[in-house]
Design a protein around this ligand. Structure first.
Ligand SMILES: Nc1ncnc2c1ncn2[C@@H]1O[C@H](COP(=O)(O)OP(=O)(O)O)[C@@H](O)[C@H]1O
Ligand SMILES: [Mg+2]
Length: 321
């Protein structure tokens, strides 16, 4: 840290400039007065006054332009891809505010860049495994070692297709590029649409007059994902879906199953993309469903969490504002 500069404590640039002008004039006047008392020729007095006031400005304003130069240099580096760059901010004036805003922007850029890189790396990693398996089967068939089973191959290819579709969807959601087509829909309508996609045995507790303002397709997708999970991880067991309005005018949706549930340590992690709890390593699935669900819910301004159900099973709670 270098020493604080004389004008750092002034909250506004205007105040600084004003003070600077007053100081310069004061120094000029004082020099002229002294020159007059000492009987110095007018032009030497004026020259001395000019030099002294320039010196004053130089000393006192030191540090007013330096942060701007630092900002310009930092902006150049960020534009060149160095998103880790931050400027050191001093004082509280407009330049300092600009510095804070710049740092926030750089941090945001850095985070977006990290998300993008992670997504690409995760996606490549997750695609590699099924592609490797597919390739082995086809190579064996080509070499005449073992005939390929077209049905099984088709199944694998379909899974790969689903995986890439989900990945695309997630990246659109995470980039905030997916727009919501909101309207007011009855919750029962959402549930009906979601149930068409799955055969979970559902005990529903949803008031017929309960409505939600949101994107019906997206919210249906969330419900469909939760029901599919319940069906997959708690096969054969009943699933309960409850919906209630909250006093604040929001909506709480609960999907609860009687399966094995999740370890407390996994309850938060499963919302990350490709995260899967150990017990489900053997079940098919991409690990993207809950990540997509969370993105959709957050786009609606809501939140989603998982908790243990009583006596066992998983309860997923969706809160929409
Ligand atoms: N109802 C549930 N009961 C137990 N575990 C669950 C349940 N729902 C999700 N999980 C766990 O969360 C993980 C992530 O879920 P999800 O993102 O939907 O991916 P996928 O269903 O494709 O595996 C699952 O792999 C599973 O381990
Ligand atoms: Mg799922």
């Amino acid at each position: 840290m270098s020493a604080p500069r004389p004008l750092d404590r002034l909250a506004s640039l205007k105040l600084r400039l004003g003070l600077l002008i007053v100081l310069a004039i004061g120094v000029t006047l004082a020099t002229m007065v002294v020159a007059g008392l000492l009987d110095v020729q007018l032009r030497y007095g004026a020259l001395a006054a000019l030099a002294l006031s320039l010196l004053t400005v130089q000393v006192v304003a030191r540090g007013t332009t330096a942060p701007l130069r630092a900002l310009a240099a930092a902006a150049d580096r960020v534009a060149g891809g160095e998103h880790g760059v931050r400027v050191r901010v001093r004082g509280r004036d407009e330049v300092a505010q600009l510095g804070h805003a710049f740092n926030r922007m750089a941090a945001e850029l850095e985070e977006t860049d990290r998300i993008r890189r992670d997504l690409v790396a995760d996606a490549a990693h997750e695609l590699r495994t099924p592609l490797g398996a597919l390739r082995a089967v086809l190579e064996n068939a080509v070499d005449g070692v073992a005939p390929a089973d077209p049905g099984a191959l088709l199944g694998q290819v379909r899974r790969l297709g689903d995986l890439t579709d989900q990945l695309l969807d997630l990246s659109r959601l995470e980039a905030g590029a997916a727009t919501l087509r909101r309207r007011t829909v009855p919750v029962t309508e959402l549930l009906d649409a979601a149930l068409l996609r799955g055969d979970a045995h559902v005990e529903r507790d949803v008031p017929g007059d309960l409505v939600v303002h949101g994107d019906p397709d997206r919210l249906g997708q969330v419900l469909g994902n939760l029901l599919e999970n319940a069906r997959r991880h708690a096969p054969g067991a009943p699933v309960a879906v409850r919906a209630r309005g909250t006093p604040a005018g929001g909506l709480r949706l609960v999907v609860e199953d009687r399966g094995p549930g999740l370890d407390p340590g996994d309850a938060e992690r499963v919302f990350e993309r490709f995260a899967r709890a150990d017990h489900s390593r053997t079940t098919p699935g991409s690990g993207l469903g809950l990540a997509i669900a969370r993105s959709v819910v957050e786009l609606h301004g809501g939140s989603i969490r998982a908790e243990p159900a009583d006596p066992h099973g998983l309860r997923v709670v969706v809160d929409l504002p």
